[in-house]
Design a protein around this ligand. Structure first.
Ligand code: 3HC
Ligand code: NAI
Length: 698
């Protein structure tokens, strides 16, 4: 090493005429201010050094530059900004090559696009995923990518934000070559190739690009239809559309549009979601060693058990599925088989692996004793405390010492289930979401006595299943379902007081939810909520307002999609229509209660729904059921279809402020003081002017 730069984030070395510039900013070599400063200096030094005739930029450690440092977003930009660094790289009078490995994404890939040739190691992934974070490629990507691969392809990769493997990138023309070796060795080798004239170099910005109005119109239409809510993909298209003029003008427009995205609340929401996905792993038990899990048991092969078994099989575990009789077992096995066949259809699994899973790794039996050797057992039988405690008592006699005993209960008391065994330290809730082989979330419900390594095992399992685990405490419904049970009532009140399901659903999808609450109820089956309401009837406080509309619908035998009728009617192959009978039932119930329906604007519907959600979330936090606000955000983002660009309910709450939320609750409480109560935490936050985000940082 001849020359070590003072800035530690970039190392500079000169070997036989090649300036080697290694980006060294763990963990992902993000192009932070330090990196930008040192990279620019290094390029300038190499350009000025007469002994240098080729320059190679590569990443130290596990990756090339994985993108801009997104922690800097929202703060005032500090010079040199990345577009200027990239312009300097492109303008360099000496050939600059970029050697890519790991993930060269976003601003990282834009550095590569500004270089005069791009070489990737096998396994590299490149891409411009900025729209997934609410921004657009803002360091030349919208101008240089189309110059390399044409407008249509560039629009595709920029608006989808997907990662592209080295082979595909080579085929597209995004990179020039794939070469094997260590990045530094490849850098030296490729510099020599340039010298020998075997590897061509050119400035991307000087390439011609043909206009393609049809592609621009096409993608704009597609975005309007599919991503109307999102801001940055539309802006990205606008930026790409400007690429046919002079480069400097296109870059200036890109910069202006990038700044608009940076200032947008969607950028803050999407980046919060990115960090939420990672923050949830920070739990008090993180230091504990997970117990090894190779063979798992699943008890109950219904909706959830079959999905859980599928997820485990897809992740490489051996699974023993236990049902109570042969008929139920055949149904359970068939639904696992169906799920695996679907996975083949979607290209997630090949036929040979599917056959091998069924032949070698799935065992289905009615004998609970078959779980004697299982390392982890997930119970997914009926939601009935007696059934579950009885089962856990039997499991206690069967399971090997140290096996993790998990329940998938949606609401029940994990401590009482644990108490049915002689080993409550091994019992934990693993609350999957339906369909369990698709939904990302698992709530890891930690009981009074659950051992730290059992919690860690739950988190390790989630990781293996490529799911996101969130730590939750024991209460009725844990984090998600407890909050849901509360805010779901708000739309029944709205329906009773004057709004219709067909107004409420679009108001909430307009806010960004994937589905409206009535469409969700129809999908889940109205009978499920009905059964729960009947079970809870005796415990319902006298002051609670009760809306019997859904019960009346169930009494007609309409359970939603599965019966072809619910809040909506589902004609065979046709579009769902509002069920006219529901309008009649609503009218009758209003008349009985003496309610004169009033008009609700869509905004008020959203405000009441969101305020109810945030209020219960604040109580969940205060009760210690969730560790931090960001855990609640993750639960809703990954388990309940909460619009990602809004960051989660408590991130959204911060955009409103506690004062506004308290004022709303006090206003609504004039109609119903039992339902609308100000949570003490929110009152305190309003007084002190604090935000939920402050609690994430603490
Ligand atoms: N900026 C700051 N921190 C980042 C980061 C980034 N761009 N990318 C990842 N990190 C952090 C993570 O938060 C995490 O921190 P933690 O350990 O404190 O939780 C750590 O780096 C490791 O990240 P992962 O746990 O995600 O590690 P993986 O190995 O699973 O994944 C990755 C690595 C594929 C690089 C993934 O982190 C990723 O997708 N990062 C984002 C990449 C991206 O979208 N880049 C574009 C940014 S926008 C941009 O470049 C704008 C430009 O056009 C101007
Ligand atoms: P389900 O009714 O579809 O399946 C339950 C299965 O358990 C049935 O196939 C039944 O034959 C079997 N079973 C009952 N007792 C048994 C026993 N002693 N031994 C072996 N098998 C037995 O119910 P679902 O929806 O799968 O729910 C299961 C559990 O998962 C419940 O606790 C539920 O609250 C929870 N859950 C349900 C979700 C959903 O959306 N359906 C979501 C998350 C959790």
């Amino acid at each position: 090493m001849m020359n070590i730069r003072s800035a530690p984030a970039v190392r500079y070395e000169m070997v036989d005429g090649t300036a080697l510039i290694a980006i060294d900013n763990p963990p992902v070599n993000a192009s932070s201010h330090d990196v930008r400063t040192a990279l620019l200096e290094a390029v300038r030094q190499a350009e000025a050094d007469e002994a240098v005739d080729a320059i190679a930029i590569f990443g130290a450690g596990r990756t090339f530059i994985a993108g801009a440092d997104i922690r800097e977003f929202g703060k005032p930009p500090k010079d040199p900004i990345l577009p200027d660094v990239n312009n300097a790289i492109e303008a360099c009078a000496k050939p600059v090559i970029a050697i890519l490995h790991g993930t060269a994404l976003g601003g990282g890939f834009e550095v590569a696009l500004a270089a005069h040739a791009r070489i990737a190691l096998p396994g590299t992934q490149v891409g411009l995923p900025e729209v997934t974070l609410g921004v657009l490629p803002g360091a030349g990507g919208t101008q240089r990518a189309p110059r390399l691969i044409g407008i249509a392809k560039a629009l595709e990769i920029i608006t989808e934000g997907r990662r592209i493997g080295a082979e595909e990138a080579l085929e597209m023309g995004l990179i020039d070559r794939i070469a094997e070796g260590e990045p530094r060795d490849v850098a030296l080798e490729m510099a020599e190739e340039v010298r020998q004239g075997n590897l061509g170099t050119r400035r991307t910005g000087e390439l011609q690009v043909s206009p393609d109005d049809a592609a621009i119109a096409d993608v704009s239409e597609r975005l309007k239809a599919k991503q109307a809510h999102l801001f940055s993909p539309h802006k990205a298209v606008e930026a790409v559309a400007g690429c046919t003029g002079p480069l400097a003008e296109g870059l200036a427009q890109e910069r202006a549009l990038f700044r608009q995205c940076i200032e947008s609340p969607q950028r803050a929401g999407l980046i919060h979601a990115f960090f939420a996905e990672r923050a949830v792993a920070k739990i008090p038990e993180a230091g504990a060693t997970p117990r090894p899990v190779a063979g798992a048991g699943v008890i109950g092969g219904g909706t959830m058990g079959s999905g859980i078994a599928t997820a485990m099989l897809l992740a490489g575990l051996n699974v023993t599925l236990v049902e109570r009789d042969e008929e139920a077992l055949a149904r359970g096995r068939a639904s696992v088989e169906g799920n695996l066949a679907q996975a083949v259809k979607r290209g997630k699994l090949d036929e040979a692996k599917r056959a091998a899973i069924l032949a070698e790794r799935l065992k289905a039996t009615t004998d609970l004793g078959a779980l004697a050797e299982a390392d982890l057992i997930v119970e997914a039988v009926f939601e009935d405390l007696e059934v579950k405690t009885e089962l856990f008592a039997r499991l206690d006699a069967i399971a090997r010492e140290g096996a993790v005993l998990a329940t998938n209960t949606s609401y029940l008391d994990v401590d009482r289930i644990a108490a049915a065994t002689s080993r409550p330290q091994d019992v934990v809730g693993l609350h999957f979401f339906s369909p369990a082989h698709v939904m990302k979330l698992i709530e890891v419900v930690v009981g009074d006595k659950t051992a730290a390594e059992v919690v860690a095992t739950g988190f390790a399992l989630a990781k293996r299943l490529r799911k996101i685990a969130v730590r939750a405490g024991v209460c009725d419904g844990f984090i998600g379902n407890r909050i849901l049970a509360h805010y779901r009532k708000s739309v029944d009140y709205l329906m009773m007081d004057g709004a219709t399901p067909q107004q409420i659903d679009p108001a909430l999808t307009g806010f960004g939810f994937a589905m409206g609450p009535f469409a969700v109820s129809d999908l889940a089956g109205l009978d499920i909520g009905w059964a729960t309401r009947k079970r809870h009837a005796a415990m319902r406080p006298a002051e609670e307002r009760y809306i019997p509309i859904a019960d009346r619908i169930c009494e007609e035998g309409w359970f939603g999609r599965k019966t072809g009728k619910g809040f909506y009617v589902y004609p065979q192959g046709g579009k769902p229509e509002p069920n006219p009978e529901v309008a009649r039932i609503i009218d009758e119930e209003r008349a009985k209660a003496g309610i004169l329906p009033r008009n609700f604007e869509d905004d008020e519907i959203v405000d009441r729904y969101m305020t109810a959600m945030i209020a219960e979330a604040a109580r969940v936090l205060e009760d210690g059921i969730a560790q931090r606000p960001i855990d609640i955000d993750a639960v809703f983002l990954f388990g309940y279809g909460f619009p990602r660009f809004r960051g989660g309910p408590l991130h959204y709450a911060d955009t409103l402020g506690a004062k506004e939320l308290v004022a709303r609750i006090e206003r609504y409480a004039e109609e119903d003081a039992h339902y609308w109560q100000v949570p003490p935490l929110l009152a305190r936050m309003a007084r002190e002017g604090t935000r939920f985000a402050d609690m994430n940082e603490g």
